[in-house]
Design a protein around this ligand. Structure first.
Ligand SMILES: Nc1ncnc2c1ncn2[C@@H]1O[C@H](COP(=O)(O)OP(=O)(O)O)[C@@H](O)[C@H]1O
Ligand SMILES: [Mg+2]
Length: 301
């Protein structure tokens, strides 16, 4: 589907979202694009952009008292932007978010509660995660003795590089480094416990922050399947790499297709698309307690 706003100044076209620059604000529009193995697939997952947007919104509301976030709450400002988009773009309902533009801090604030992905690879090779020694005998997907803050530098068109907390302090200053770590740990702790009670293991996640009106502010998307590793709590156990809650049908099918992981990726068959739509819907339903709202009850902004 097309999420473009023709004539509006583009801030960034990412793998999944198109973001427009409105001066003091950004308008983020989540498409139904999906990526796997770092490649955007030619097949869309209908409704995925709505799930992503509404899930971020849910977490922003839940954690607002803990860490302020960038979502614009002023109804009058939102109404003005809605008017500018125009009623003929009701197809964008539920997938847009109007946010305050921040002075971004170029750090990915990663928190890990479990041993997965690059952290598992590092631990297996050297017994450390982000350079910090861990007890012996942990298995793939084991819960870590305590959640770890493993920041990385944010490189918009390249690969992020994990840095030590000392490096972080060198980059942003000791005071801000501590505040980033504390906010990230607080958010992860709340979200992890919340999700765990609802049958989802939040293995790890990434936050971004910026300054809005001189205040440290949570930005970007939060605690979505695209920024986090979600596992099904009923099948998680140490020793095996748990399937990704949302993308596993896609990854399994791609792995079996013989595709060499270089673009372009093949089209997904209809049953894989349908299965993935279900997985996103199920993640949303478990976490929020509600089915994904129909787009005609969701506002444009
Ligand atoms: N409130 C904000 N102020 C400024 N930049 C932001 C804000 N929220 C998110 N961003 C940035 O907007 C960009 C959105 O790009 P995104 O859709 O995530 O593409 P990708 O992750 O594929 O690069 C990211 O660079 C993110 O850091
Ligand atoms: Mg992004």
């Amino acid at each position: 589907m097309n999420v473009e706003l023709a004539g509006w100044p583009l801030f960034r076209r990412g793998k999944v979202r198109d973001t427009y620059d409105l001066g003091d604000h950004l308008l983020m529009i989540a498409s139904d694009r999906i990526s796997a193995f770092d490649v955007v697939l030619p097949t869309a997952i209908p409704g995925k952009g709505i799930v992503l947007t509404q899930l971020s919104r849910f977490w922003f509301d839940l954690t607002d008292g803990l860490v302020p976030n960038h979502r614009e709450r002023d109804e009058a400002i939102r109404a003005e932007i809605t008017g500018r988009i125009g009623a003929d773009r009701s197809d964008l309902a539920g997938r847009t978010m109007l946010v305050r533009k921040a002075e971004r801090i170029d750090i990915e604030c990663v928190v890990r509660g479990y041993l997965a992905g690059s952290a598992w690879s590092e631990y297996r090779a050297s017994g450390t995660v982000a350079g910090e020694a861990l007890p012996e005998g942990l298995e793939r997907a084991s819960e870590l003795p305590a959640p770890m803050f493993t920041p990385s530098t944010k490189v918009d068109d390249g690969h992020d590089v994990t840095i030590s907390r000392a490096d972080l302090a060198g980059l942003v200053g000791a005071d801000l480094a501590l505040r980033l770590e504390e906010a990230s740990r607080d958010l992860y702790g709340v979200a992890h416990d919340f999700a765990r009670q609802r049958g989802i293991v939040l293995a790890d996640t990434k936050f971004e922050f910026g300054m809005v009106d001189g205040r440290l502010t949570l930005i970007d998307e939060v605690l979505t399947p695209d920024s986090s590793r979600f596992w099904d709590a009923t099948t998680w156990r140490p020793g095996i790499e748990p399937p990704s809650f949302d993308k596993q049908p896609v990854r399994d099918w791609l792995s079996g297709s013989g595709w060499d992981r270089r673009p372009p990726a093949p089209d997904l068959p209809a049953e894989v698309v349908a299965g993935t739509v279900d997985r996103y819907g199920e993640a949303f339903r478990r976490l929020t307690g509600f089915p994904v709202p129909a787009s005609d009850v969701l506002s444009l902004v």
